[in-house]
Design a protein around this ligand. Structure first.
Ligand code: UD1
Length: 408
């Protein structure tokens, strides 16, 4: 099965297109709802987005930009805030509604704003809209309190056009950040160290439009490995990067799921019932917060008791009650879960609270007796291309219901 391009990279690469005039060509862009939303944001700014075959997307910036990302789009997708840095760098002004997006805990953007202020922007909150201005960004030394993915990306995209040298310390190290830096460097930027905790940027006077292929989606890989963990059997995933999933593969190995590199992807096998393990999320290269619900879905079936700890986002356990409705034995203690594995779950109507938790409920349903209906499936479509079709292609009995509105 072919893995798609990474949502979390594609959205930022699209935002980075604000930085240069001309026609950008991104390939391996996943066909998902969040990409459509980001296309809507770019179009609202005055850009043109054309979707071709095979994930090829042309993004054209040819007219003066309207530096405003509208509320209707931003409140649906927090990643819309990725245009803040590029707009300030490219046109000296940005108006972006305070973000909404996934429903897990408060997700402030204070680090984005403080870092952009250090680069020479000034902000005010005007009726729910963050209004930023600058008379020219200047390089600065920025130390992040926490390796925030979004803050690192916004600062990187602003600094490439700032005058002078910028250093971002305690930067996030996710593969999507290295992908963004590779794209920016291809556009003519001078970025060194992306993917490590220190990023050095020498500002340049201008950038040019180029072509770039989006890095494979490590979270989609994790999802299909979790599906294998529940259902058993063998799986081959192509166009994927197992080197971006080292800790997950290690934990999967401890659970008895064998994963080996294979060609341009990986091969995986699970024979016996999963073994219990302890897992804890951390910024990359730690175990991604986005994969925790998927691992928890597998551990519901483990032969013993597992412990799972969420360290990145508070309040990201909305799916636990849904798994309990299917017969999972999970206790929530602060930001820890204690999961007593059972041999089988029982199918039930459940509700997807966000993208990954929604996928985790589908994964859990593969090991549930009877039918499971996952409501609010539109969350899953935000982040997964053809999820139902791909699951069927690897042998799952899954179908998309035409009307997915509330039935409970
Ligand atoms: C990105 C990913 C998301 C993933 C997350 C962590 C995208 C579109 N989304 O989200 O899928 O789960 O990284 O790997 O790429 N924080 C602050 N202030 C800030 C910024 C962040 O307090 O200014 C906090 C957040 O509330 C959270 C933690 O820092 O507790 C991590 O957030 P961050 O790394 O910024 O995640 P996102 O970029 O929002």
């Amino acid at each position: 099965m072919r893995i798609s391009g990474a949502k979390n990279s594609a959205l930022k690469l699209m935002a980075a297109c604000v930085l240069a005039e001309g026609t950008h060509v991104l390939s391996n862009v996943p066909d998902i709802a969040d990409v459509q939303l980001m296309a809507g944001v770019l179009e609202a700014l005055g850009m043109t987005v054309r979707r071709g075959d095979g994930g090829v997307t042309e993004i054209v910036r040819d007219v003066p930009l309207q530096p405003e990302a509208p509320y209707e789009l931003v409140e649906q997708m927090r990643a819309s805030t990725a245009v803040l840095g590029p707009l300030l760098a490219a046109v000296g002004e940005a108006r972006v509604a305070m973000p909404g997006g996934d429903d897990f805990g408060a997700r402030p953007i204070d680090m984005h704003l403080r870092g952009l202020e250090a680069l020479g922007a000034a902000f005010e909150l005007d009726h729910g809209v963050i209004h930023g201005r600058t008379d020219g960004l200047r390089g600065a030394e920025i130390v992040l309190d926490y390796p925030s993915v979004g803050a690192t990306e916004n600062l990187l995209m602003a600094a490439v056009l700032a005058e002078g040298h910028t250093v971002i310390t305690n930067a996030a190290r996710e593969p999507e950040i290295a992908d963004l830096a590779a794209f920016l460097n291809r556009m003519g930027a001078r970025v060194v160290g992306a993917g490590s905790a220190r990023i050095d940027i020498d500002g340049v006077a201008g950038l040019r439009a180029v072509s770039h292929a989006v890095v494979p989606d490590r979270l989609e890989v994790a999802t299909f490995l979790a599906a294998l963990g529940v259902a058993g059997g063998e799986l081959r995933l192509t166009h994927s990067r197992p080197d971006h999933l080292e800790l997950l593969i290690d934990r999967m190995g401890a659970m008895g799921i064998r994963v080996s590199p294979d060609g341009d992807g990986l091969w995986a096998m699970r024979r016996a019932r999963p073994r219990p393990v302890d897992v804890a999320t951390l910024p990359y290269p730690g175990l991604a917060t986005d994969v925790l619900p998927l691992l928890v879905a597998v551990l519901c079936f483990a032969d013993g008791t597992s412990f799972a700890t969420e360290n990145v986002f508070a309040g990201r356990f909305g799916y636990v009650g849904e798994l309990a409705r299917m017969g999972a034995h999970i206790k929530v203690e602060d930001h820890h879960l204690v999961i007593d594995g059972v041999e089988q779950l029982s199918g039930a109507p459940v509700r997807a609270p966000d993208i990954r938790a929604g996928a985790a409920l589908v994964v859990a349903a593969l090991g549930a007796e009877g039918e499971t209906v996952v409501l609010n499936g539109e969350h899953i479509d935000r982040g997964y291309e053809s999820f139902d079709r791909k699951l069927r292609a690897v042998g799952a009995d899954v179908e998309r219901l035409a009307d997915d509105t509330d039935g409970r």
